[in-house]
Write a protein that binds this ligand. Sequence first.
Ligand code: HAM
Length: 424
Amino acid sequence: MIKAIRGTRDLLPPDSALWNFVEKTVREVFAAYNFHEIRTPIFEATELFARSVGEETDIVSKEMFTWEDRGRAQSEKNQSLTLRPENTAGVVRAYIEHNLWERGLSKLYYIGPQFRRERPQKGRYRQFFQIGAEVIGPATSGSESPVRDAEVLEMLSTLLNRLGIKEWRLELNSVGCAADRACYNEALRRALDPVKDKMCADCQRRAVTNPLRVFDCKVPEDQPIIETLPRIGQFLDEPCCQHFAQVKEILRAVGVEFQENDRLVRGLDYYTRTAFEFTHGALGAQNAILGGGRYDGLSESLGGPAAPGIGFAIGEDRLVMSLGKSADEVFRKPDVYIAPLGEGMNNPSARLARELRGHNIIVELGDAVFKLKKSFEAATKAGAKYILIVGENEVKASAFALKNLATGEQKSVPRDQLAHAIQS
Ligand code: HAM
């Protein structure tokens, strides 16, 4: 038997109903903040991720599904392609490619699969789904303003509350601008130099090439050393401090609770200033429901115009896990099962099914080859509320036997009153 690849999953009914419930709510909430959907390709040039997420990050150095795509003509060169491990890079590429800056501030959202070659475990998959959003535009459109950061965070708190997710925690930090980061990286390099030999191989390399990434280390023995390192907060320049202070001020004004976490630097290189994660206690080790932040220099590093931006991505798999809702609460079962009784009854049954579906009634249609007992079994198995019997006499009388499967109550209902009887 051929099985799904480890780290990938099938999503079956009734669980898919929970995902649809989440996505419907997401679309409603995002629409209220004037976000619009963007769909970008599932695979992109490898270089896009190397240049945005960063060569030294775990995502790019270890976790990408990358392949060499053969040029079709002899003159065509091979191209390295990658299944997208995240979607911010793709959105910013699209922003540049389609001159979206001409539209002022773009508020875009996406829902779709992402791919990372991680060690599979609960809440961590090789194909997972993200619901993300990006606010990006020229500085003149207000894209750099702390108002945008706070709006995105407030929108997320509204979404989680609307979904009924309680006990989320917002952790917030500022990772400064490029200049702050250069000073900070230098300070980290100096602090790491005398101790790096005692750290894991990854950290020894990071200490030289990209010291900030030391904070991504999960090796328990390295943690006491990491605890002693200087924190970015001490290196923020005045504009960055002010930006961070204003974000926090608006959040307090709108009543969104947060905790400052000066160790939060996020595992992707493009971040500047605001960085955040929402966590949820019930998720265990993989407790981040979502993460995001500002990326003011990303467009330029991909060859585009200056376009400050901020965004986030929710791990949809984890979001669904933290819902605390069972799929049965949102799964819609048939309102009625139509049981054609006897030869020639398939046609009038199909007509009736079509009519009732036109009233937005969920109809499961049986088959005249089924005996009545089998139709009852099928109706019960499907979880239908009613069974409607369509026999020769019923068709002649234009009135049908409608039985409530839970109460056993049965009555004959004229055709033109059927929809009303089923819906009430
Ligand atoms: P990220 O922190 O790498 O950020 O991923 C965001 C969220 O995706 C995580 O918090 C987690 O819920 C989920 N996630 C990540 N990896 C996995 C996995 N292997 N299995 C299940 N869920 C996973 C980004 O991707 C950035 N692009 C977010 C962003 C958008 N920043 C600015 N704009």
